[in-house]
Design a protein around this ligand. Structure first.
Ligand SMILES: [Zn+2]
Length: 412
């Protein structure tokens, strides 16, 4: 159901976050959940899967533990509904249902329960999600995916579903920006503001997307601090999700072009533009993280898989995205205490004019937009859309030095 409008006279309360302290070893659970996976420690010596995370295997004391992806299937043994809590976050959200699940792989875990999970004994699927404090928690979900699954109030606390929310997409000039706006509307967003730096220009596709009743064009030029501040003054107090898709992309390395103009333009939008946007829109977003059911919730940065390792034929673009990535990590650290999730998106080569010389597979605008919406619905922090991004990520994780060497010698 659509949430009721907030009484504008009421003050927005300060957000209370769920307990966020975790030991170092437990951060493995959080690291996997940040990318949408449920992982538990498995012993390399005896094969035991264990929970909670520990330094050594609870069965054979081996220290050879590896985080391994789990399906999460299990049986709900018992459940209870909390009607009292000493923790401010849960006290505001009572009643809250929790249960004990015996996982098919062995250990028993305590989980938050999705509202559609029946009484025990019942088959459930356990997943790991990031809660409002950005730490992994376990949730027991219905075994099969159901319609409007993410509408559950408990689950909605852990994700950033665009449904019923107001979204700013910073650049509507590109097919990507237009696809993101469309995907947000399709996902149930109440309002989408679509930024356009040069409103007097006729842009392909722009009229069609702004004809949707939920979509309104707004003037926004990320290279101009005053333009960013003016828009923040106008709509900053209403935006629930910021999607910064504005980017400048030129294809050259260092030697193939003289001067710094193009590289400067890339930095000015990809890095300084992101900084201007965060300075102008960040404070209001943080202040509204507890603003009713459709509270402010997420910040999305369109980065690039080239942010991880420089792709020399797109050398200065890669450098600007690496700078933006570093800035995004700072933004995440500053947003986390306010309960706002920062989602970093690392697509592989897009199917656009700047990647014409690259071989397929390339990522289409609609596929990228769908990946962003899905990531918001799942409440993850990092997403790598497209086959190329997935493959590069794999290689980068395995050995960053090998990937650097491979990218610097294409075709070898
Ligand atoms: Zn063991």
């Amino acid at each position: 159901m659509r949430p009721q409008r907030k009484n504008p006279i009421l003050r927005t309360p300060r957000i209370n976050l769920p307990p966020g302290a975790r030991g170092r070893v437990a951060l493995g659970l959080t690291a996997a959940a940040a990318e949408g996976r449920f992982e538990l420690q498995a012993c390399e010596d005896c094969g035991a899967v264990q929970y909670p995370p520990r330094e050594a295997c609870s069965r054979c004391l081996s220290a050879a533990l590896r985080w391994r992806r789990q399906g999460g299937e299990g049986r709900l043994l018992t459940s209870t509904t909390l009607r009292h809590s000493n923790d401010a976050f849960f006290r505001e959200r009572l009643p809250w249902r929790i249960g004990v699940v015996q996982l098919d792989v062995g250990p028993s875990v305590i989980v938050h329960l999705h509202g559609r999970v029946g009484e025990p004994p019942a088959r459930v699927r356990v997943g790991a999600r990031l809660d409002r404090s950005g730490q992994a928690v376990l949730i027991g979900l219905p075994e099969q995916e159901i319609v409007n699954m993410t509408d559950d109030p408990g689950l909605r606390e852990m994700n950033s579903d665009p449904k019923f929310r107001k979204v700013l997409v910073t650049d509507g000039k590109t097919a990507i920006g237009q696809a993101i706006a469309k995907a947000m509307v399709d996902a149930g967003a109440e309002r989408v503001w679509l930024g356009v730096a040069e409103p007097w220009k006729k842009l392909p596709g722009f009229d069609r997307i702004t004809a949707l009743p939920q979509v309104s064009p707004v003037p926004l030029d990320l290279s101009d601090g005053r333009s960013v501040e003016e828009l923040a003054g106008e709509i900053g107090g209403k935006v629930d999700i910021v999607v910064n898709d504005a980017e400048v992309h030129r294809t050259f390395g260092i030697a193939s072009r003289r001067g710094t103009d193009a590289a400067r333009a890339e930095m000015d939008i990809n890095y300084f533009g992101a900084l201007r946007l965060a300075q102008a829109f960040g404070p209001a977003l943080k202040a509204r993280a507890a603003d009713g059911v459709a509270h402010a919730t997420a910040w999305v940065n369109l980065l690039s898989i080239y942010a991880l390792s420089n792709f020399p034929s797109h050398g200065t673009f890669s450098a600007s995205k690496a700078a933006a990535f570093s800035l995004a990590q700072c933004l995440r650290a500053e947003m986390r205490p306010a309960g706002i999730r920062v989602l970093n998106v690392f697509p592989g080569p897009m199917d656009d004019e700047w990647n014409q010389n690259l071989p397929p597979p390339k990522l289409g605008a609609a596929a990228l937009a769908a990946a962003i919406v899905r990531a918001l619905q799942d409440g993850v922090e990092d997403v790598y859309p497209g086959e190329v991004a997935q493959e590069w990520l794999e290689r980068w994780r395995e050995n960053p030095k090998v990937l650097e060497r491979e990218l610097s010698a294409p075709g070898d």
